[in-house]
Design a protein around this ligand. Structure first.
Ligand SMILES: [Zn+2]
Length: 493
């Protein structure tokens, strides 16, 4: 049967809509199960080898320009779906186990997924360590073998479709030179080598944690939790301050009919804020269960950045440009909004904090840890997914990359659990760099308090209208005439 591109596009849009709504309903606590297998089954033809091969042929023979972009984004979508479909048994098994397994650090069982939250709230370093060891034992014994089956399957599929490796497949699909990106982010590691220790140690000291060299991985959730900053970030000011921030940018959240702000409490609602986009720009959910703290503010503002990007995407764009494309773009706007919530001027103005220094410095240290961790993850994932990867050697390679970048002895146990599908780590890294371009442009044009000027909001809406038609490099070149610059990112830290 001949491949019908137009009907493929329609079905792909329908699939995305159903899947996204299902995630929303489950994570917002409207329904207990996440029934995605049913959705995959009813759209299975989208992810058949025949469909993906047909898209690949069309993409390879298409010209540059929008039609080429649409086909490239569609091929990426189809291939992700093919891998997802062929590893769905493993994904379901992992989700089921992660939700049901228990971990016992010697003082009674607790749910597997609760360990990180428990570590964040645990003042005793020895108990945090015991929790980590107990969790890692369960991970290695019960989950890693399943992760391994899934990754081996994904590697095989790349081979079956004629790519030399998973790395080659995703360089093609993303249109990003991942190896060049690794060189840039490796340079970022070098550029931040000197400042990293002093910046992070000062914050560890403030948090009452041991310095780098003594610090353990099990202490990081405690560090990120930043309990000492809780007083600055009360739960009851969270939504109000977010709305006020948008209002400063000339955006009235209460009058955005396409944005559904879901703040209602439900027993099974995700504790973490998230954004779901069944139909861009017409049906966007921003979901939050406010509990306060620096992290909660960061999460809501981050998801709020995605929300406004999608909500302001031009409805006249093709499906591929509204719903697919380079997620570095949407992540850059999410990071831009996230950082507003730790801007010293914002903290004074919106939360009335007399001395915002500690919150600002904590965020700087947190960002440095995260960016160095992701730079190391990218370098590691390129080895893991390379043509000549020896999986047996990978736990040690993972330990090595992460320990060196974060300067914390890093357990090898999560060598597969900590891997993002399809090199999503590259999106975060590119987004961090892209965000610094947006932020300095906003400062130049509208001043330090750009987030309180409607003109800045107007400028951002102009960017958001593009959806993800252009990738990060193209959007930056077209709007600011610049190239992604990781040395600029290192300088801002
Ligand atoms: Zn995000």
């Amino acid at each position: 049967m001949a491949f019908d591109l137009e009907s493929y596009r329609e079905r792909a849009e329908g699939f995305g809509e159903e899947l996204s709504r299902e995630y929303y309903r489950h994570l917002a606590g409207h329904k207990p199960d996440l029934e995605i297998e049913r959705i995959y089954d009813s759209y299975a033809e989208l992810f058949s080898r025949e469909s993906v091969a047909a898209l690949r042929e069309l993409a390879a023979s298409s010209q540059d320009g929008d039609e080429g972009r649409r086909l490239a984004y569609l091929l990426h979508f189809g291939f992700d779906g093919l891998v997802g479909l062929e590893t769905r048994a493993e994904a379901a098994e992992l989700a089921g186990l992660e939700a049901s397994l228990e971990v016992d650090a010697g003082d009674g069982p607790m749910p597997y997924r609760a360990v990180v939250i428990e570590q964040a709230n645990e003042a005793d370093a020895e108990r945090r360590k015991a929790l980590e060891e107990a969790r890692n034992a369960v991970l290695e014994e019960r989950l890693t073998p399943i992760y391994r089956r899934a990754i081996e399957r994904a590697h095989e599929i790349c081979g079956e479709l004629g790519w030399p490796s998973y790395v080659d497949a995703y360089e093609d699909l993303r249109g990003v030179d991942l190896r060049a990106l690794r060189d840039q982010t490796g340079q970022f590691l070098d550029d931040t080598e000197q400042s990293y220790g002093p910046v992070v140690d000062a914050e560890l000291e403030r948090a009452g944690l041991p310095a780098l060299g003594e610090l353990r991985r099990s202490d990081l959730p405690r560090f990120f939790r930043a309990e000492e900053l809780d007083g600055m970030f009360p739960a009851e000011r969270l939504i109000e301050s977010f709305e006020a921030t948008l209002s400063g940018l000339g955006i009235d959240l209460t009058r955005q009919a396409n944005v559904h702000l879901d703040t209602e409490a439900r027993p099974t609602k995700s504790p973490r804020a998230f954004c779901s986009t069944p139909r861009v720009p017409d049906e966007i959910y921003l979901v939050i269960a406010p509990h306060g703290g620096r992290d909660d503010y960061g999460a809501l503002f981050h998801e709020g950045g995605h929300t406004e990007h999608y909500a302001n995407t031009s409805e006249g764009l093709e499906f591929e440009f509204r719903q697919l494309g380079d997620n570095s773009v949407t992540e850059s706007f999410a990071f831009l909004m996230e950082l507003i919530a730790s801007d010293p001027n914002w903290l004074e103005e919106k939360l009335g904090i007399a001395d915002p220094g500690p919150a600002v410095e904590h965020t700087r240290a947190f960002r440095l840890v995260m960016m160095r961790r992701y730079a190391a993850k990218l370098a590691y994932e390129l080895e893991l997914h390379g043509a000549s990867a020896d999986l047996e050697a990978m736990p040690a390679r993972y330990e090595d990359h992460l320990s060196r970048a974060v300067r914390v002895p890093w357990p090898g146990a999560s060598w597969l659990a900590d891997v993002d599908d399809g090199f999503y780590a590259a999106c975060y890294l590119r987004a961090w760099a892209l965000e610094t371009h947006w932020r300095s442009a906003l400062r130049e044009r509208f001043g330090e308090r750009w987030f309180s000027t409607p003109e800045a909001g107007e400028w951002l809406r102009g960017l958001w209208r593009h959806g993800q038609r252009l990738n990060a490099d193209e959007l930056l070149a077209e709007t600011l005439g610049q190239e992604l610059d990781f040395t600029r990112l290192a300088r801002t830290l």
